[in-house]
Design a protein around this ligand. Sequence first.
Ligand code: NAP
Length: 315
Amino acid sequence: MEVIELLLVTPLMPSVMNELEHSYRVHRLYEADDRPRFLDEVGNNIRAIATDGHAGASAQIMDALPNLEIISCLGVGVDAIDLPHAAAQNVIVTNTPDVLNDDVANLAVGLLLAASRGIVAGDRFVRDREWLEGNMPLMRSIRSKPVGILGLGRIGKDIAHKLEIFGCDILYHGRKEQPEQPYRYYADLVAMAKDSDYLIVICPANDETRNIVDRQVMDALGPEGTLINIARGSVVDEAELVAALRDGRLGGAALDVFADEPRVPEVLFTMDNVILQPHIGSATVETRQAMGDLVIRNLALHFSGQPVATPVVAG
Ligand code: NAP
């Protein structure tokens, strides 16, 4: 039987790599010292790419693989894959939606609670022995508070359901209203930010959403407002975010994602009203395994002549 050759762009979890090694001849791009030469040597034989949402797959890589049929991506965000280029070459792209909703939404809710109750600041307060000098200032309840969700998609809806239990008032913005949803729709993001105490960003990163959370949105959220970004760094204008926090025009931020990961603007390290996370939205053993299983399943379906389970659909 023909062994299918696969390009692994970046290391994935050991269990997923083992499965891939079992079924394919795996070429590890990330181990090559001279990548163009490596691709030159193996490119003709490769029919599949396995990658993740961070490493993606560039047009340059695709151009080096004339027999490429499928890119199987671990992660739901496919902004690091050149989708128009893949479409032009008739390459199927798959991602791992839904299986990560629960854990990503949990992180969003965790960040909202951490920001409103000062959980991270409280930890520092105890460790720094400030408690010995007196109590921490009172923080804020989230019951009845307006929470704006930018992107009421698969993950956004999960966040909204979870926040209903906390008694939050849910608002949302997207390109179109979803009349079947019980939440208040805003066609205008600035208007929603103005009416929100917390703004949770969970829309895809693309040309349309680049810096969609700009100075105007942050000023509308205001000095009492908190921005929570668990989407992608590019969706928020990071320079404006730093300026708004520094000038006190924005109350606080809880960030899982950044413009140039893993580099984070150092000035944020000094701000007590900021919570920083190393892009861990889906990073649990259970969810990453489910994502890995889907990466493998999509490849197996394609190479057994069946439609893939979770194709990326443009738009
Ligand atoms: P989804 O189901 O496709 O939902 C995306 C939502 O964003 C939709 O409700 C869509 O509504 C809205 N949207 C799309 N384009 C928009 C625009 N130009 N302006 C305003 N709203 C827009 O996606 P998902 O599965 O929930 O995932 C969302 C994103 O979360 C992913 O793309 C990924 O980047 C990010 N993510 C991050 C992590 C992490 O580790 N931090 C983990 C998983 C996912 P309309 O169609 O009405 O505009």
